[in-house]
Design a protein around this ligand. Structure first.
Ligand code: BEZ
Length: 209
C-alpha cells in the first residue's frame, strides 16, 4: 500500500507492527484500537504501518471489517497503510515469523512484532508478543512519549511513567553536573546503602543543549 521509506520520512517517527493474519479475531481488535488511536500517534509525529503475509485485496476487505468493528461511519477510510507481504520477503528479512504459529496449510505466521523507528531511521525499540496475546496500544504511545523525551533530554523514565510525571537522572550524570542540567531541582531519595542513585527531577519541557 505504501513504501516504508515514504512512511517513515525524515522528520517522522514510525511504528511498523506485524500481525499474524487478516480476518482473525485478536488482530481485528488490535488494528481497531490502533485506528482509534491514530490521531494520538499523528500528534506525536508518528506514522503507523501494519504488516502481514496477506495480500492487498484481503487488506482492503478486512480494513472495512475493522472500521465496522470500530462502529465507524460507513465508508470511512482506514487511517494507516497495511503492507501486503504475501511473498513473505519482509517478515523473513525482519525476523517477524513465529515458528510456533502456523496457518492451516502449515505455513508459519508473523508474530505480533512492534518496531519503533526514529527519524534517523534507526530502531529505537522492539517488542514481541505471541499470536495469542493482543497488544496494548496505549503502552506503545507511552513508550513513544519516553523515547521522544529521552531522545532530546538526558533523563530516563521510571516504571509506569507517564507524560508529566517526574523523570530520573541517569547514573552517568554527576551531582555537580545535575545542578546545572536540571535547574528545576533534583530530589535524591535516601536509601539504606547510602548510595545516591535514586534521583528525580521534574520532566523537562524544553530540549536540553
Ligand atoms: C487472532 O488474531 O485471533 C489469532 C491469530 C493467530 C493465532 C491466534 C489468534
Amino acid at each position: 500500500m505504501s513504501d516504508i521509506n515514504e512512511v517513515c520520512s525524515s522528520i517522522s517517527w514510525g511504528v511498523l507492527f506485524s500481525h499474524p493474519r487478516d480476518f482473525t479475531p485478536v488482530c481485528t481488535t488490535e488494528l481497531g484500537r490502533a485506528a482509534q488511536l491514530s490521531p494520538d500517534f499523528s500528534r506525536r509525529n508518528v506514522k503507523l504501518i501494519a504488516l502481514s503475509v496477506d495480500g492487498l485485496e484481503e487488506h482492503h476487505d478486512w480494513s472495512k471489517d475493522i472500521m465496522a468493528y470500530n462502529n465507524a461511519e460507513p465508508g470511512s477510510e482506514f487511517p494507516f497503510p497495511i503492507v501486503a507481504d504475501d511473498r513473505r520477503e519482509l517478515v523473513e528479512k525482519l525476523g517477524m515469523l513465529d515458528p510456533e504459529e502456523k496457518d492451516r496449510s502449515g505455513m508459519p505466521l508473523s508474530a505480533r512484532c512492534v518496531f519503533v523507528i526514529g527519524p534517523d531511521k534507526k530502531l529505537k525499540l522492539s517488542i514481541l508478543y505471541p499470536a495469542t496475546t493482543g497488544r496494548n496500544f496505549d503502552e506503545i504511545l507511552r513508550v513513544i512519549d519516553s523515547l521522544q523525551l529521552t531522545a532530546h533530554n538526558r533523563v530516563a523514565t521510571p516504571v509506569d511513567w507517564r507524560t508529566g510525571d517526574s523523570v530520573m537522572v541517569p547514573p552517568s550524570i554527576s551531582e555537580q553536573e545535575a545542578v546545572t542540567l536540571f535547574p528545576a531541582g533534583v530530589y535524591t531519595k535516601h536509601l539504606p546503602s547510602g548510595k545516591k542513585y535514586l534521583r528525580y527531577t521534574p520532566q523537562p519541557n524544553t530540549h536540553q543543549q
